[in-house]
Write a protein that binds this ligand. Sequence first.
Ligand SMILES: Nc1ncnc2c1ncn2[C@@H]1O[C@H](COP(=O)(O)OP(=O)(O)OP(=O)(O)O)[C@@H](O)[C@H]1O
Ligand SMILES: [Mg+2]
Length: 574
Amino acid sequence: MPNTDVQRPHILRLPRDVVEKIAAGEVIERPANLVKELMENCVDAGATQIEIEFSEGGRSIRIVDNGCGIAKDELKLSIERHTTSKIRRAEDLWSLNSFGFRGEALASIAAVAELSVSSRVADQEKAWKLECHFGQSQDLIETSQALGTEIRVQRLFENVPARLKFLKSESAEHAQIKRVIKSFALMWPQISFKIRQKNELVAFWPASDLQKRIEQVLGLNLSTVTHAYKGLNVQLCYSSPMDVEKTSQNIWIFVQKRWVQDRTIQAAVLESYRNLLMHGEYPTVVVDVRGPPDEVDVNIHPAKSQVKFLNNSVVYSAVYGGLRNALETTVPKKAEVIEPVQPEVEMPLINNTAWDQVHFYQKAAATPAPTSSISTTPQGVWSQLQILGQSNLTYILAQSRKNLILIDQHAAHERIVFERLMKGFKNSNLEVQNFLLPIVLKFEPDYAEALMSLQNSLERIGISVDSMGPETAAVRSAPAILKESAVEKVLCKLAKEKLDLGASFALENTMGDIFATMACHSVIRAGQSLSHEEMKSLLSQMDEFPFSSFCPHGRPVYIEYAFTEIEREFGRIL
Ligand SMILES: Nc1ncnc2c1ncn2[C@@H]1O[C@H](COP(=O)(O)OP(=O)(O)OP(=O)(O)O)[C@@H](O)[C@H]1O
Ligand SMILES: [Mg+2]
């Protein structure tokens, strides 16, 4: 039975001011969105200087630029909806070079604030100002003003109490605004920025190049690499795994010069640092992806903060390929920083007889024939360390000329096994063990299904698995290094990743994790006594691979104490 109590509502056209407010809400949710829109306009206008002031949690904003300006007879038009100088035809949308294209931003701001736009263009002597108070535009007035545009916004959202209520604290809104400004500064180093917060100059970044701008804005000196892949060009500025952040906030992603939030690229960045950082540690990376407009759609989001790629896996590979390779080849093994004992130098201040037998080592390339009872074969840094003993059945105690070094035996071995697995996989010569009787494992049905969908990929890492029903799988072989007891754990992890990542799952990307798990379950543990020979062999194996300064989970393999620090502690030096 239809409910006869409900009266049929009539369809009516919404009043203009309601329409305006709804539309405004799509473009500007918070003051930071507004700052973004205004800065985009400055950049579109070709400005080389931008000054921005904000206060009251961003409810009061002033932006001045030295761009092309707005002519007197276009001022009124600029704040109307769907008026733009940036596109003319629908086709222009597919080859956009400007940020703006909707002709919405100023109109939206005009509907929810007191807006004033003052501007002077090159071929007009006078400057003109247009004010618009909550949608009511006033008459143009003459004003004085340098070439360019000044926009003032005050009493933002005063006529939209619902929006006001959702604003965060003043400092939270200011922080968000500053992030937006930083994003522009990073992508436009040739523009100078002056920033005032509550009347106080908080930053002045003169025009510069990207490297210096990153230093100005993020306070870090980053390495840079460029990478081209299937039509995409990627520039990556990245921190060493030694410089870590506690949040992912310093992963800055730009596509076609737009600051975007993009999960694929974010994942590619984090994946590149996998096994180099500890859980909860993040790098600082500036990613700049450019590609042909028909591969990247920048128009999908009303606030333009997302983009869509024709092919996500191409952009993933472009970023991961460039960054991972750069990290593997350019990040110095921290061990290289450890100075091995030099032949010419006497170990200072060591009198104990045990110490007198110190071996003097030299670096592989550091020529002249060794002068003492040293190994003559060229060696890597780890094997050049002098082993002092094992401490607490957990750490190898060693020294170089300048440092006392503690090496975590478990982490070190883990790293080695991990790298061997990776190498074996890359060269397709992983050692595989066939089980006499298959290991039968029980899974939740969706896990079992996910696992079976990986059958072919698993085969490539030596794991042969068959379905024995909706919840049962039989494992017939696995890499020799993997203990039988760890097989279930590894497969569970794989199935889970497949479920979490769905179609974008690629075994190569989770390989590091899988091998890390395998390594962790196959190596020497803390609490195991090691002979001198075993310790020595462990250290020389560490020289075989890059990255041996971190275990595959990102924990450090060793810590060191400079003798100078120790001497300071003992009061020998000040
Ligand atoms: N700072 C500025 N300097 C010069 N012209 C400007 C400036 N700000 C706005 N304009 C002019 O006003 C027009 C309207 O700006 P508005 O931001 O509302 O729309 P848009 O940038 O064209 O598109 P979108 O809504 O996508 O930002 C612009 O097309 C531009 O011609
Ligand atoms: Mg705009």
